[in-house]
Ligand binder design. Structure first.
Ligand SMILES: C=Cc1c(C(=O)O)[nH]c(=O)[nH]c1=O
Length: 312
């Protein structure tokens, strides 16, 4: 069974990896994902220039019945240099994604300059969609700001660059963000990030379940699958074919991975379910995906990618 993918000249022998933010903050976590037999890559926790402790706890909660998660981590990370040291020293045949999420356009530009000049041969993910930094909007919802930062970035940046987007919920917004992204030689688009600013209540105490922002946090897991598939499909149908798609959101079974591929995803990321189930989730998902492909008579993901049918 051919379960591979390519982004520019980077080859992935498996299509699964973690979603930024899950099992990727420390070198131990990064190695756990990277060395799994069932992952094609690893993405770092989104880095800021300085170390950040993040928001006060409780800041993460798993909903009952596997429905998903809510988080308001607040961008805790070990700082840009920590991840630069990790990716620079790492000896691996798997491509690595380096995620950045500066608190300002200038912070992002400064980190991109450092990445451009660094001896790092991997892919860079510019996170435009963190919903949990109080007072900071999700840049991905500001189309002018998105175009501005990409214009400034591509004035000097020549390494493989992609963006992590928030979910969109309006057809015109799919059109608008795609029109912006198609202006740039992006290597990939990763969609979706968590659905920002959801609210979950503890029914025993009539209280929100996380402390930051009076309980408002990003929603992930099963609850977001329909939105994730829609964003993958909508952007695949609108973006230049040179821009590959990483599908993220709502992946808890092999069927969910298959559905992301049907919608056009080249790679598929696992967030909430990885946090809930642990590293073994990747073997289970690949096993379940292979069973589905075999049952349908497919021998390669290329037979499936983008082949979602509509009702004519
Ligand atoms: C980078 C910060 C993010 C965070 C966070 O650190 O709170 N949570 C998310 O669900 N998505 C993010 O992009």
């Amino acid at each position: 069974m051919q379960l591979t993918a390519n982004i520019q000249n980077y080859h992935f022998n498996h299509i699964l990896l973690n979603a930024a933010g899950v099992m990727c903050q420390t070198t131990t976590e990064l190695d756990t994902v990277l060395t799994s037999k069932y992952t094609g890559s690893v993405v770092t926790k989104s880095a800021t220039p300085a170390v950040r402790p993040g928001n006060p706890s409780p800041r993460y909660y798993e909903l009952n019945h596997g429905l998903g998660t809510i988080n308001s981590m607040g961008l805790p990370n070990e700082g840009f240099d920590y991840y630069m040291n990790y990716v620079s020293a790492k000896k691996t045949d798997k491509p690595i994604f380096f995620s950045i999420a500066g608190l300002s356009k200038q912070e992002n530009i400064d980190m991109l300059h450092q990445l451009q000049d660094a001896d790092f041969d991997g892919l860079i993910e510019l996170n435009l969609s963190c919903p949990n930094v109080p007072g900071k909007p999700q840049t991905g919802y500001d189309f002018e700001a998105t175009e501005q930062i990409l214009t400034e970035a591509f004035a000097f940046f020549t390494k493989p660059l992609g963006v992590k987007l928030p979910p969109y919920f309006d057809i015109v917004h799919f059109d608008d963000i795609a029109a912006v992204l198609n202006k740039f030689p992006l290597a990939f688009v990763n969609t979706i990030n968590s659905i920002g600013n959801g609210l979950v209540i503890d029914e025993n105490t009539d209280t929100v379940v996380i402390k930051p922002k009076a309980g408002f946090g990003g929603i992930g897991g099963t609850l977001v699958k329909a939105t994730a598939l829609a964003n993958v499909r909508a952007l695949r149908n609108r973006l230049n074919t040179t821009i590959k798609i990483i599908g993220t959101g709502g992946v808890t079974t092999g069927r969910d991975v298959y559905d992301h591929i049907l919608c056009g995803a080249d790679l598929v990321e696992v967030g909430s379910q990885l946090a809930i189930e642990g590293i073994n989730v990747f073997e289970r998902l690949e096993t379940e995906l292979t069973e589905i492909l075999t049952a349908k008579g497919y021998t390669s993901l290329d037979d499936v990618r983008g082949q979602l049918k509509v009702i004519s």
